[in-house]
Design a protein around this ligand. Sequence first.
Ligand code: PMP
Length: 386
Amino acid sequence: MAERAYFDWNATAPLRAEARAAMAAAWGLTGNASSVHTEGRAARRLVEEARASVAALVGAEAKGVTFTSGATEANMLALTPALEIGGRKEPRDRLFVSSIEHPSVRGGGRFPASSVEQLPVTGDGLVDLAELEPRLLRAERPLVSVMLANNETGVIQPIAEIAAIVHAAHGILHVDAVQGAGRIDCSIDELGADLLSVSSHKLGGPQGAGALVRRGDIHIVEVLIKGGGQERGLRAGTENVAAIAGFGAAAVAANAARQADAVRMTALRDKFEAGLKAATPQAVIFGAGAPRLPNTTLFAIPGMKAETAIIALDLNGIAVSSGSACSSGKVQASSVLAAMGVETELTRGAVRVSLGWSTSEADVECLLKAWINVISSLLKKHAYAA
Ligand code: PMP
């Protein structure tokens, strides 16, 4: 295959060398992490080392980390009415989720649909703080779920401010930190989050691993998967030791490189946005007025369909994605942009460029060259009205 440049890091990141090595080493072992013999204890050691590494990524205690099959499952585990604080039953009577959450949160987890309410966002994709407090009054003991950074726009929520409002309303705050972890500071204490979800494959670990991190004395009563009692009884099933070890190694590497990577990614993202604007001044960049991740640009050209741009860029060696998650492979209008009040026609054109630690200046130059190519050929075919 001809050389390609990958700009879909928010969908999944390449496997880090550290994660690959940790997984290869784990695959060389035979033990079940629950077995008491030497082989079992060697597997257990890898799981517990990884637990400490994931905890360190978010400044939490290792005992608060529950490994899952990914963040979808971590979100499912977190979003339950059956919570305890300090051994006291503290059932949640209502779940509030922002209207731009990942589908695994917007679906309401293990709450009945009638107890789930969506929180509005502003035109820039930030949770409307003026609306938050009055809405929380509708519940006695709310559980609130707001993501750290949006997977489509990259917009970063003011989680610490949200946490203060939630806690004043006797609420518990869950934060889906999937897109922020390893890219921006994600300390659970500084964020004020009580529960926090992370995913391995967004930070250079393997797909199919994730974790729910609990702060302090919050306890989940309702088990997610019943069985042999693994993960302190919360999530049964023999641990995927290699995936967990890879996740841990990726967490260490991402944490160590985070600040330097953020500076580099911001410069590359800014270079791309400047080039995009120079080539297509009509481009609309979503969430541009809000704080954003250093690696994400979501944009649209009025009149241009996302599929057209994505396929044309793909033929030019560039992998980008549409704004919306498209599990079926079909591009759907983005519900995130709809929640931000963007008109439907423009949402259909949303293209997401997301980069990462190994993206180079040359990659961005390839992307801009391809973009100019695509735009001029589309203009020639008058496929869209600028
Ligand atoms: N939350 C967000 C914000 C995401 O971007 C994703 C992945 N697209 C998930 C949750 C789900 O993560 P996983 O793929 O590990 O299930």
